[in-house]
Design a protein around this ligand. Sequence first.
Ligand code: OSB
Ligand code: MG
Length: 380
Amino acid sequence: MLRIEQIVLREIRLPLKEPFRISSGVVSERRIGLLELTDGDGVTGWSECVAGEQPNYSPETIDTAWHAIREWLAPRVVSQSIEHADRVFATLDANVRGHNMAKAAVEMGCWDVAARQRSVSLSRMLGGTRDRVATGISIGIQSSPAALVQRAKSAFDQGYRKIKMKIQPGADVEYVRAVRDALGPAVHLMVDANSAYTIADADDLARLDAFDLIMLEQPLGRDDLVRHAELQRRLATPICLDESITDVDRAEDMIALKSGRIINIKPGRVGGFTPSRAIHDVCQRNAVPVWCGGMLESGIGRGHNVALASLPNFSLPGDLSPSSRYWARDIVTPEWTMDDDGMVHVPLDRPGIGVSVNMDRVDDLTVRSERLGRVSAVAV
Ligand code: OSB
Ligand code: MG
């Protein structure tokens, strides 16, 4: 039985080591929503809201998520008895449309509490089967092919098992060609357009087929499964959908319509672990590989992603880079690291997400906070 008595909502500001540019915008400093959830026995779990500052990836932002959590979502969980963490998504989703990142933050925090109540790792709680997960890097749009080659080479030398390059019209074919020529045929390369193209660009996108990419992520609009299917018929490169897959129905639609052959699962985008597992299972039954995407998470969200990526059908390297790729200093101990084989270790011997939150650092970085639930239940 899960009964959360209090949620403390915080916003921290965490500067990225370098700006991250995608086709729809650039971010230099992350505004991250953190949730600290406590049950009646004082067991505390953590989660992170991955919504951005601007609505350029999804309609949600940190500010809409804050509102949704405070007004509509937290009240459905705080001081309510819920049978199991796998029921939280349904509780949050009933008659609340959208706001998946806000739902996910609450839902994933409940899973962390539930795992800690049982003293098991979040990975095992979710049904994970791996003790290490393969790591990829996502490289933002660079100013020139030469600059991208330099980044990609350095990533390859560090051991990343997949190199993803952000593209947009004007920064695509020649950039990818330069990297393929510099790194050779064996390196796993892929590109992500974040919806920067239209079906009218199909011939241009087909030129990417020459570079043996493992996939082309989200070339077209997020609601556009029909045109993705047409594009996939015209490409040899597998299409992977990210923004388009907002729930399990959308995953089934992708498979039925042949709009893509791979899915990037981001638990924040789909409302949490329960929908993530449902999408994972549908894909597994249909022999569609999945991998765990990233949203430039702090060490808290990374812990959730690593646990999810330990499930069996996460057969491709995720966007799960070590802490040092993003931050001068992370907010968790130990920080997330990658071994020489490009693997992140799943902390199976520690409860929940498996890292502890550096409270002094979080307090220093906090710009606003709000306590939801019974003030008297637990001291903070
Ligand atoms: O499309 O996968 C994306 C970051 C912000 C918004 C969208 C995306 C990304 C990434 C980052 O690619 C991956 C990471 O967290 O390392
Ligand atoms: Mg993407």
